[in-house]
Design a protein around this ligand. Structure first.
Ligand SMILES: NC(=O)C1=CN([C@@H]2O[C@H](COP(=O)(O)OP(=O)(O)OC[C@H]3O[C@@H](n4cnc5c(N)ncnc54)[C@H](OP(=O)(O)O)[C@@H]3O)[C@@H](O)[C@H]2O)[C@@H](O)CC1
Ligand SMILES: Nc1ncnc2c1ncn2[C@@H]1O[C@H](COP(=O)(O)OP(=O)(O)O)[C@@H](O)[C@H]1O
Ligand SMILES: [K+]
Length: 494
């Protein structure tokens, strides 16, 4: 599991750790890890550290201190290191002294912008701000970040790309774009959630000994192969198709029969023992998937299921959405609501459900439910997912460049929001969301909680798209077809 903690929590843990270490030891650990990463990158870009040209962008806090100490280490190895000080009188004094002792130079922002210093560098180290930053870059820091982006040099961000919001992943103004971010102690939300994540580039975590002082429950978590492998449903010796779980799909309409086929395609690969289909696209579903149990009588007469999926391609069929919520309410089984179903479902009915509910909006659907613009959801995904989960008292899987799964708060607080690490822009293809709804619904029917079904479904879905789209676009059906390959990779740990 990869975890991210809030700035407040990181600072509290750092205080505990620092109290037990000699003065400055923590910053030395950070700087050593940073310098090692810089040396590796210089090895690739300039051939070696000796004789390479390194520019440090140094702000007024400890983030700049990390950069200065790392620069001193590189200067000792023969790199030509120049520190550009955005606030010379506030720059970290110990770090600056170390750099001077090692033969490093200094420049003001004006000098750097008036010369070719940054353009000619092999490596730019962004130590403008870290977890102490708020808002987009201010003052002279903004043009420095712009210049670094335009230069050909590799950019390494210290702890975070400067200018992003550490706790939310928002980017409210000018911010550094890095090729690599070297972060200390733990990940932060900004390194996992777009749009900030995109500014971070690759991320390397340096262990500074913080773990024992971090609480058990992080703000965010990203499942890895081993976590998903533990959650994948597996039939036992005593299993039969009913015990493995039956998922009911109420999707598609005469106008959108394809949504039904795609949701069934996902559901057949999600671990349930059987897939029931109740809706007007039965013929299309059977033509493609004869193993589907098709019912003509609507959800109420479809037979028992352990979870329902409703909404994909539903058009304006509010009656079916209401019927599924009724039937699922009476049987007290989980429901996944997607696409049109999100608009058509009665919020009061959703809120008052006792069995789990999983809502799977994309940003546009989430924006409509929240009454805000789509751009607002895309710029602040974490807040949107959390807000929807509370308003609907439901687990929310917010799709998009970063997919998040947020559960509503319960008796013992709020579970960490899950961030899906397997997403790929290849997923942005029509009908891909329908496949995900069937897949996650199937996982719900086989007994996973809404939070696990959503996050395991998104993980498989993303991995399947990566598996299927090797150098060429793929269609939604191909994603469904590649789910068994993704499943095997996870189960075998490859
Ligand atoms: N604590 C530890 O044990 C360890 C900490 N470590 C390191 O320390 C970092 C945190 O250091 P920190 O607390 O000094 O804050 P930091 O991120 O340098 O920024 C503060 C300065 O930035 C300024 N500023 C803010 N926003 C801005 C903006 N938008 N645009 C421009 N400027 C802006 C702000 O100025 P002000 O708002 O006061 O004018 C303030 O002076 C952390 O990320 C990690 O790298 C590691 O060494 C490991 C051990
Ligand atoms: N840029 C992107 N990067 C990663 N995943 C994306 C991106 N854009 C869309 N996706 C994923 O593609 C799927 C699209 O689902 P959705 O918007 O419901 O499409 P549709 O309605 O056509 O089925 C979701 O799983 C979403 O997370
Ligand atoms: K930084």
């Amino acid at each position: 599991m990869r975890s991210a903690y809030s700035v407040e929590t990181v600072r509290a843990a750092e205080r505990e750790l620092m109290a037990r270490l000699p003065e400055g030891a923590l910053m030395q650990r950070a700087a050593a890890g940073l310098a090692a990463a810089c040396a590796q990158v210089l090895g690739r870009t300039a051939g070696r550290v000796y004789g390479s040209r390194v520019v440090l962008l140094v702000g007024s806090g400890d983030n700049g201190g990390d950069a200065l100490y790392a620069g001193a280490r590189l200067a000792k190895r023969g790199a030509g290191v120049t520190a550009v000080l955005t606030a010379p009188e506030k720059a970290h004094s110990g770090g600056l002294a170390a750099l001077r002792r090692a033969g490093g130079r200094e420049a003001t922002t004006a000098e750097a912008l008036a010369s070719r210093l940054i353009d000619a560098a092999d490596l730019v180290v962004d130590g403008i701000v870290g977890i102490g930053g708020h808002g987009g870059l201010r003052g002279s820091a903004a043009p420095l970040a712009e210049r670094a982006a335009a230069a050909g040099a590799a950019v390494i961000a210290v702890d975070l790309p400067s200018g992003v919001e550490a706790d939310t992943g928002e980017v409210r103004g000018p911010a550094v774009r890095a090729d690599l971010t070297v972060t200390f102690g733990t990940h932060k939300a900004a390194l996992l959630i777009d749009p900030a994540r995109e500014h971070a580039g690759a991320v390397r975590l340096v262990d500074i000994g913080l773990d024992p002082w971090l609480p058990e429950r992080p703000e965010l978590e990203a499942l890895q192969h081993a976590d998903v492998a533990r959650l994948l449903p597996r039939p036992g010796a005593e299993s039969d198709k009913y015990r493995r779980g039956v998922v009911g799909i109420a999707a598609g309409s005469t106008r959108y029969p394809g949504a039904a086929v795609l949701a069934v395609a996902g559901a057949l690969r999600g671990g349930a023992g059987a897939v029931r289909y109740a809706g007007p696209a039965g013929d299309a579903v059977l033509a493609r998937y004869p193993e589907t149990l098709v019912s003509d009588g609507g959800p109420r007469r479809a037979g028992r299921v352990q979870a329902w999926v409703v909404g994909p391609g539903a058009g304006d069929d509010a009656d079916t959405v209401a019927e599924v919520l009724d039937v699922a309410g009476e049987a007290d089984v989980p429901v996944l609501i997607d696409a049109d179903g999100l608009r058509l479902a009665d919020p009061d009915v959703v809120r008052s459900r006792t069995a789990p509910t999983l809502l799977t909006p994309h940003a546009g659907e989430a924006a409509a439910l929240l009454g805000v613009d789509r751009a607002e959801v895309e710029s602040a995904r974490l807040a949107a997912a959390r807000e929807l989960a509370e308003r609907y008292r439901a687990t929310v899987l917010l799709k998009g460049a970063t997919t998040l799964v947020a559960a509503p708060s319960g008796r013992d607080g709020t579970a960490p929001v899950r961030v899906n690490p397997t997403g790929t822009p290849w997923l942005a293809t029509a009908g891909s969301g329908d496949v995900l709804s069937g897949l996650a619904g199937s996982l719900l029917a086989s007994g996973l909680s809404a939070r696990d079904a959503g996050s395991v479904g998104a993980y498989l879905h993303g991995l399947a798209a990566r598996r299927g789209a090797v150098g060429a676009p793929l269609a939604a059906q191909d994603i469904a077809s590649a789910v068994p390959d993704a499943w095997r990779d996870i189960a075998s740990g490859s």
